[in-house]
Write a protein that binds this ligand. Structure first.
Ligand code: ZN
Length: 327
């Protein structure tokens, strides 16, 4: 049985009361930064909506036939729409299929629930098709859109959903949640900072061993500055996993260096464990150059999805990073 996360109790209570009173909106939009458990909440609430033996606290029982089917991922009245296979978008056919399912009577006589995640990946046709359903929602249905980029959705869709905002838990709560995970997590503090405070994102970073990837990137970054690594060679090494990851790391380091440069003791860094190294860079570099470099990284990120030559883009940035040391 899924339970909502400790920092989601007010949102849970609000929806539970509406469900109890049979006043649940037809469409919900869960918003907030990445990695704070919006999808987790959506799934837990879907389970409770479908449960035939809801508990006094408004949570699913975890034992009725409906709960067992949800746990097995085979409840006929619960659909989750995500981009399929290698696609980056949710397509109109997926929306049409779910609309067909929504118009059928529910198999268990209760709600029919669909979760759309990430909702900002609906392509234009899919969004138009969904809009029609939002305007005339079928009987007992609940459509839950989950997104950390609500502004990427058409205003027409946003206005037809009841919006529920989620926030990252306070630092100590996030940290204690992370430390209580079954898999012990080393460097929880650093991971949480890299995840901008999103505990579930931090967990994902830990699972993907992101810190050791970052560390190996950082070694290259330092070696370019020290003149013991060639930009062309490093760019080609980094590109083995695509261009976005190295750009992301570059961006977090430069942002941190800028923070260290402008504030004596910045309370928040994306890479708190690299503070000493980054401080060293902050002392040697000038602010104008750093800002200009950060802007170049942002520009390059915009080009990353185009047909531009990735090797040339990244190499250009690394040459610029090397040049910056001499100013
Ligand atoms: Zn149940």
């Amino acid at each position: 049985m899924s339970h909502y996360l400790p920092w989601q109790s007010s949102q849970w209570q609000q929806l539970s009361e509406q469900l109890q009173a049979n006043r649940l909106p037809h469409a919900l939009m869960l918003t907030g930064i990445k990695g704070i458990g919006k999808l987790h909440f959506a799934k837990a609430f879907a389970e409770t909506t479908l449960c035939t033996n809801r508990q006094i606290d408004g949570c699913a029982c975890g034992q009725c036939r409906s709960c067992l089917l949800v746990a097995a991922g085979s409840h006929p009245d619960l659909v989750t729409l995500m981009p399929e296979d290698d696609s980056k978008v949710i397509k109109i056919d997926q929306i049409r299929d779910f609309i067909d399912t929504m118009t059928l009577t529910s198999q268990y006589g209760g709600y029919k629930v669909v979760i759309i995640y990430p909702a900002d990946t609906l392509n234009r046709n899919a969004a138009n098709s969904l809009l029609k359903t939002l305007e005339e929602p079928p009987g007992q249905s609940l459509i839950v859109l989950v997104t950390d980029r609500p502004s990427h959705l058409p205003a027409t869709i946003r206005s037809r959903c009841h919006q529920l905002a989620f926030h990252a838990p306070i630092h100590s709560e996030a940290l204690s949640w992370l430390k209580n995970q079954p898999e012990s997590i080393a460097q929880a503090e650093t991971l949480l900072a890299l995840a901008s405070g999103g505990p579930l994102e931090a967990l994902k970073l830990a699972e993907n061993d992101v810190l050791s990837i970052r560390d190996s990137h950082f070694t290259g970054f330092r070696e370019i500055a020290d003149g013991i690594h060639e930009p062309a060679k490093l760019a080609s090494d980094w590109l083995k996993n695509g261009i976005k990851q190295p750009l992301y790391w570059l961006s977090t380091w430069i942002m941190d260096i800028i923070r260290l440069k402008v504030v004596q003791n910045p309370p928040q860094l994306n890479n708190p464990d690299l503070r000493t190294n980054l401080q060293h860079f902050a002392e040697g570099l000038n602010l104008t150059g750093l800002y200009a470099f950060q802007e170049k990284i942002t520009d390059t990120l915009k080009l990353a999805d185009t047909q531009c030559n990735a090797q040339m883009l990244l190499e250009g940035l690394l040459i610029e990073w090397k040049r910056l040391q001499k100013n």
